[in-house]
Design a protein around this ligand. Structure first.
Ligand SMILES: Cc1ncc(COP(=O)(O)O)c(C=O)c1O
Length: 316
């Protein structure tokens, strides 16, 4: 278990995950990894390919924590190796494999084997394995369909590993999976680490995915700022408070509906007309958390603390 901190962006939560047995933490970007490492996290895999303008910051970070990276390009591998070796350092690098998401990553077994060899032969870098994140499958609603397609993705990843083995290299690590697929990855048996992120707090989109049964721990509390003659209630949470690319947030208790009413406002339709506040469950946890400076920690009805979102805005 190497949970992805792109969801919670909090070194404190990462430390709890490490205490609970996580072997390390994932970060999406160098700046996000900085926020985690500066908060005490000692082992981070950066799961997104890096633009070379970030290499120096990456190498600074690798001086104070165990940092590994993913690569999908030979020229960038050469450049990263050159700069790493110039510091007398060594970085662990994984070949990123596109297992069907059509985002980053090499697209064939042959390309993966070629890049793995190139990494291993590049001073400053060590080939540490492969990453194949099946992001396109995380929200496939039907559990059976999701499992079947995830197994196909891992079979492809197994072919990739076999091809790398044939080129004479061992594949020490296989990183994959998210909240929707980690069970399938474990069942398949190829992965050496799974990297779910959203499970930490969950969201309304994942709550509709069959078989994903973590508790919803995140909500955005908004206040009623105006009452319309129609009965609609205007609240002080719009696009700046809750993201909507995965659909509108869900009013946490009851049957009321939230509609966006601009940057600063939303409208609650069908809510208790005397209510002063509503909790909204975001449709997408990662992007909503990134809008906020801190979490208010609540146990039952009691506020028990405030926790900074240290990685807020760390998107580069
Ligand atoms: C490479 C990678 N791994 C793991 C995750 C975590 O996925 P989830 O939040 O769906 O658990 C993400 C999320 O986008 C990701 O990009």
């Amino acid at each position: 278990m190497r949970p992805h901190a792109k969801t919670h962006k909090s070194p404190w939560v990462a430390a709890r995950q490490r205490e609970a047995g996580a072997i390390g933490i994932c970060a999406a970007k160098v700046s996000e990894a900085e926020a985690l490492v500066h908060g005490g996290v000692d082992d981070v895999l950066i799961t997104t390919e890096l633009d070379p303008t970030k290499f120096d910051a990456l190498l600074d970070l690798a001086e104070i924590a165990r940092v590994s990276v993913v690569l999908d390009d030979a020229d960038r591998t050469t450049e990263l190796g050159r700069r790493t070796a110039a510091r007398g350092a060594t970085l662990q690098a994984l070949v990123d494999v596109d297992v069907g998401q059509c985002r980053a990553g090499v697209e064939s077994s042959e390309a993966a084997a070629g890049l793995a060899l190139h990494i291993e032969r590049t001073d400053g870098l060590t080939f540490a394995g492969v990453q194949g994140y099946e992001g396109h499958l995380q929200h496939v609603v039907g559990a059976h369909d999701r499992r079947r397609r995830a197994m196909d993705a891992y079979d492809f990843l197994a072919d990739v590993c076999a091809s790398i083995n044939r080129s004479g290299l061992e594949v020490a690590g296989v990183a994959t999976a998210g909240t929707g697929t980690y069970r399938s990855a474990i069942e398949h048996g190829l992965a050496t680490e799974v990297q779910p992120g959203s499970y930490t707090v969950m969201d309304a989109h994942y709550a509709g995915v069959e078989g994903v049964d973590f508790d919803l721990a995140l909500s955005v509390l908004c206040g009623v700022v105006s009452r319309k003659a129609s009965g609609a209630l205007v609240v002080d949470a719009g696009w700046k408070a809750v993201t909507t690319e995965s659909g509108p947030p869900v009013v946490t208790d009851g049957t009321a509906r939230y509609e966006v009413a601009g940057d600063e406002h939303g409208t609650i339709v069908g809510g208790d007309p005397s209510a002063a506040r509503f909790n909204l469950t975001p449709s997408h946890c990662d992007t909503t958390i990134n809008l906020h400076e801190s979490y208010v920690l609540v146990r039952g009805e009691r506020v028990v603390g405030r926790l900074p979102v240290c990685g807020r805005g760390r998107i580069a």
